[in-house]
Design a protein around this ligand. Structure first.
Ligand SMILES: Cc1ncc(COP(=O)(O)O)c(C=O)c1O
Length: 498
């Protein structure tokens, strides 16, 4: 921890020195253009109103306990790429085939990002290709469906209330919610409501009836490894592609602490910003080479490279975000370091401790624990809803999100909340620190129950009690102060002040 704190201080000094030098040079060069102030002022001078909001958010991130399973605190190197000159460049097309001039360096950067993305998962370039241009996970998923499934072709994904993602075809009985259900025909598969585990038998039966072109193996809230082999068998039984969306677990996969989807998948997507700890961006890996051998012994080749690349651009996107691509490159470099592997092991160890300690205190954890970075707490029968839990936790500076639990009838009023360990593990918290985190969560939930007794069942009344009841307010303030001083004792990567 000392080393990390010292490192952050050193970076701060280095950073401020560089900024001053740069401002000086730029101001000198720009004088005479009539707009030097617009171009050379620091944000804190040119727009103090906005800068103070950014600082306020920085304070929130430092003072609170960040337990949102999809979030992380990225490195200084990633932030530096994101705010670099690469942001200025247009480079539609792929390296060596651009629609604009001046892309020699951008080509090198994108090729480096591609090479490192493959290396991060030990993939051979003759077997796998990668597109590093998707802006984020949702557009990347749409690019996969656009490239590989014809409009209104059929896809199957884990239902959102069961732990899948919106972009895996989510729709309600009355409304198509996601573009993945509007422009493609989707059918959900489910978890077993008793165990919380994916019901692969049900998926196999439904797939035979629905005959999807693609099955999505991917989760946003599921605490056990996916059985990719079983997914592959089901896909093969109906001739479907297997698309693994490893956005949540890609850091764990890179570190080898959870099973990898690559052996069995045709296409794999990840975002950069969750457990991978990189930039807000996404990449799509696609198979190359032989897909299958037909009855006549002829090799049928994959044709995914052009289909995926064309779906990303020009199908769905324009100019790539070169600053984000560079940030991906440096994040993929980091995943090969022993420190990153150790970090991911700690992410899982912390999640296991979080689940175990919560269970010790009497909480119900879906699937009875976790093997990954997240934990789903089931509040059914406790008298507190997921929304109320999220609210009281937020009020005492613990960030998490309400979540459906298996068997929930309404996604609007879920009975649980989801917790994840990647962000706090980045700040250096170990298992013993997570014992403290559990104590704080438990105190907050008990306070929530106290407030709920006063308010009755409605969320609006509950919120009013949190905002007005003097006793509750006093207790919340005391707990929040404890939590914030605990949280502030851990270092944070990035720029020191914003
Ligand atoms: C499994 C999964 N896929 C895709 C996405 C979408 O990513 P983004 O928010 O970058 O669009 C998410 C986001 O939470 C996710 O959990």
């Amino acid at each position: 921890m000392f080393t990390r704190a010292a490192c952050i201080t050193a970076n701060r000094i280095l950073n401020l020195k560089n900024v001053k030098q740069l401002v000086h040079q730029t101001a000198a060069t720009m004088s005479g253009t009539g707009n030097s102030t617009l171009l050379t002022s620091n944000l804190w001078d040119s727009d103090p109103e906005l800068f103070s909001l950014i600082q306020k958010e920085k304070h929130r991130q430092q003072a609170g306990l960040e337990l949102i399973a999809s979030e992380n605190f990225t490195s200084l190197s990633v932030l530096q790429c994101l705010s670099s000159c690469l942001h200025n460049k247009y480079s539609e097309g792929l390296p060596g085939e651009r629609y604009y001039g001046g892309n020699e360096v951008i080509d090198e950067i994108e090729r480096l990002a591609q090479k490192r993305a493959l290396e991060a998962y030990n993939l051979k370039p003759e077997e796998w290709g990668v597109n590093v241009q998707p802006y984020s996970g949702s557009p990347a998923n749409l690019a996969v469906y656009t490239g590989m499934v014809e409009p209104h072709g059929r896809i199957m994904g884990l239902d959102l209330p069961d732990g899948g993602h919106l972009t895996h075809g989510f729709q309600t009985p009355v409304k198509k919610i996601s573009a993945s259900s509007m422009f493609f025909e989707s059918m959900a598969y489910k978890v077993n409501p008793e165990t919380g585990l994916i019901d692969y038998d049900q998926l196999a039966t439904a797939a035979k009836l629905f005959r999807p072109k693609m099955i999505v193996a991917g989760i946003s809230c599921y605490s056990r490894p996916l059985d990719y082999k079983r997914f592959r068998e089901i896909c093969d039984s109906v001739g479907a592609y297997l698309f693994s969306d490893m956005a949540h677990i890609s850091g764990l996969v890179a570190a080898g602490v959870t099973p990898s989807p690559f052996e069995y998948s045709d296409v794999v997507m990840t975002t950069g910003h969750k457990s991978l700890r990189g930039p807000r961006a996404a990449v799509i890996f696609f198979r190359k080479g032989v897909r299958t051998v037909n009855a006549k012994g002829e090799k049928i080749m994959y044709d995914l490279e052009t289909r995926i690349n064309n779906a990303v651009f020009p199908g769905l996107q324009g100019g790539p975000h070169n600053n984000a691509i560079a940030a991906l490159a440096t994040a993929f470099k980091q995943v090969k370091s022993p420190e990153f592997v150790q970090y991911q092991k700690q992410v899982v160890a912390n999640a296991k401790r979080l689940a175990a300690k919560l269970m010790e205190k009497g909480y119900t954890i879906t699937t009875g624990g976790t093997d990954v970075h997240l934990v789903l707490v089931n509040l059914q029968g406790t008298g507190l809803s997921g929304s109320k839990a999220e609210k009281i936790l937020e009020k005492v500076s613990i960030a998490c999100n309400k979540n459906t639990v298996p068997g929930d009838k309404s996604a609007l009023n879920p009975s649980g909340f989801r917790l994840g360990t990647p962000a706090l593990t980045t700040r250096g918290l170990l298992e013993s620190d997570f014992d403290k985190v559990v104590d704080y969560i438990d105190k907050a939930i008990k306070l929530g129950l106290e407030a709920s007794k006063i308010s009755g069942p409605k969320l609006v009344d509950f919120n009013r009690v949190l905002d007005t009841d003097a006793t509750i307010l006093k207790k919340m303030e005391a707990l929040r102060n404890d939590i914030e001083s605990f949280s502030k004792s851990f270092p944070m990567p990035g720029y020191p002040d914003y």
